[in-house]
Design a protein around this ligand. Structure first.
Ligand code: YSA
Length: 339
C-alpha cells in the first residue's frame, strides 16, 4: 500500500489534490484506517505484529504527506510573491495635471493689475441681507432689481447677492478711509440664461475712498486696467449711465484688437462717483456699532465688471454656460498650464 501511496503523494501538484490522496489512505474511511479496523478479527498472536506493520505504513504515508504539503505551500507562496513583486525601477504612472479655470485666470490677471496699483483684494458673503445688497446702496424699494423676478430670495428674508457692491458697505463699516479695494466673488440673478447671461456669474468690484477723489482718477484707473489687460494701445470709452449708488454714473467699454486682427468696443461694466447717500448709510451702520462717523464728506469712486465677458473673448468661448457645465472637454483645454 505504501508503494502505491508514496508516488501518488509525489504526483499531487496542488494542496487540493494532496488532500484527496490523504483522504484515500489515512482519512476516516481510508485504506489504512480500514486495514487497522480488521485487526480485531485476527488471532491475538498475529494482531500485535500486524498492528505494528500497519502503523509503520501509516506513519510513512503521513510523513510523506507532511513533507509534500510543506513543499506545495512553499511553492504556492513563492508563486504569489513572484506575481506580486514590485519593480521599483519602473517609471511612475503619469498623474493628469489640473489647470486653472478660465475665470480664475482672468481674475488673477485683474487682481494682479490692481495689486500693483496698491489695492487690497477682498471677498465677502454670497448670502446677503436686503439692507447691504440694496438699501444701503441707495437702491430704492421700487427699483426693478428688488423684484422677485431678479433676485433669489431665501425663506428667511435674506437673498443671494445680486452684485458684489454690498461688499463696499461691509468693508467701509469695518475700515476707515483712505482705502482702495477690489472684491472678487460669485453673484446670482434670477434670470433666463442665454449665451451671454448666467444665473450665477462673477464680478470684480472696485472701491476707492479718500479726499478729493474725482472722475479723472476713476477714468485713469479704468484706463490702466485696460492697458494691463490689452496692452499699451488699449483705449477706454465712458458713457453716462444710471446706478443708484453712484452720481454721476457711467458704463465703460474697452477698445481692443482681438486675435483675428479686428478692433472692437467691449462693454465691460459700470462705474461712478460714490453717492453721498451710500457714505451716509455706512456712517449710520458704523454708529449703530458704536464706531465713529468718518465717511460723510469723503469722496470716492467705484466700479463693477463681469470677468466672464473678458474670458469669453480671450479664450474664444462662444457661450457663457460652458464655464459652469462641468464638461471636461471645455475645462480640460486649460489643463497643465498652471502659471
Ligand atoms: C456699477 C457702478 C459701481 O459704482 C459699482 C458697481 C457697478 C456694477 C453694478 N453693481 C452691476 O452689477 N451692474 S450690472 O448689472 O450691469 O453688472 C455688471 C457686469 O456684470 C455687466 O457689465 C456684465 O459684464 C456682468 N453681468 C451682468 N449680468 C450678467 C453678467 N454676466 C453674466 N451673466 C449675467 N446674467
Amino acid at each position: 500500500m505504501q508503494h502505491e501511496a508514496i508516488p501518488e503523494i509525489q504526483a499531487a501538484t496542488t494542496l487540493e489534490a494532496l488532500q484527496t490522496v490523504k483522504t484515500k489512505y489515512v482519512g476516516k474511511s481510508g485504506l489504512v484506517t480500514r486495514e487497522l479496523g480488521t485487526l480485531g478479527k485476527l488471532p491475538p498472536e498475529e494482531r500485535k505484529t500486524r498492528g505494528a506493520e500497519i502503523n509503520a505504513v501509516r506513519q510513512a504515508i503521513q510523513e510523506a504527506l507532511d513533507t509534500r504539503e510543506t513543499t506545495l505551500k512553499r511553492e504556492a507562496l513563492d508563486a504569489q510573491l513572484a506575481s506580486e513583486a514590485i519593480d521599483v525601477t519602473l517609471p511612475g504612472l503619469p498623474l493628469p495635471a489640473g489647470g486653472l479655470h478660465p475665470i480664475n485666470r482672468v481674475y488673477d490677471d485683474l487682481t494682479g493689475i490692481y495689486e500693483r496699483l496698491g489695492y487690497t483684494v477682498v471677498e465677502g458673503p454670497e448670502v446677503e441681507d436686503e439692507h447691504h445688497n440694496f438699501e444701503a446702496l441707495n437702491v430704492p424699494w421700487y427699483h426693478p432689481a428688488r423684484d422677485l423676478q431678479d433676485t433669489f430670495w431665501l425663506e428667511d428674508g435674506r437673498l443671494l447677492r445680486t452684485h458684489t457692491s454690498p461688499m463696499q458697505i461691509r468693508y467701509m463699516v469695518d475700515h476707515e478711509p483712505d482705502l482702495k479695494i477690489v472684491v472678487r466673488g460669485k453673484v446670482y440673478r434670477y434670470e433666463a440664461t442665454d449665451a451671454t447671461h448666467e444665473s450665477m456669474f462673477h464680478q470684480l468690484e472696485g472701491l476707492v475712498v479718500g479726499d478729493h477723489i474725482n472722475m479723472a482718477d476713476l477714468k485713469g484707473t479704468i484706463a490702466e486696467m485696460a492697458r494691463g489687460l490689452y496692452g499699451p494701445g488699449a483705449k477706454v470709452r465712458f458713457q453716462p449711465s444710471y446706478y443708484p449708488f453712484v452720481e454721476p454714473g457711467a458704463d465703460f467699454a474697452v477698445y481692443w484688437d482681438n486675435p483675428r486682427g479686428e478692433s472692437k468696443w467691449l462693454e465691460l461694466g459700470g462705474c461712478g462717483m460714490v453717492h453721498p447717500n451710500v457714505f451716509k448709510a455706512v456712517d449710520d451702520l458704523r454708529e449703530a456699532q458704536g464706531k465713529e462717523r468718518v465717511y460723510e464728506g469723503k469722496t470716492g469712486f467705484a466700479f463693477g465688471l463681469g470677468p466672464e465677458r473678458i474670458a469669453m473673448l480671450k479664450y474664444k468661448i462662444p457661450d457663457i454656460r460652458y464655464f459652469y457645465a462641468n464638461d471636461p472637454r471645455v475645462i480640460g483645454q486649460f489643463r497643465g498650464e498652471l502659471e
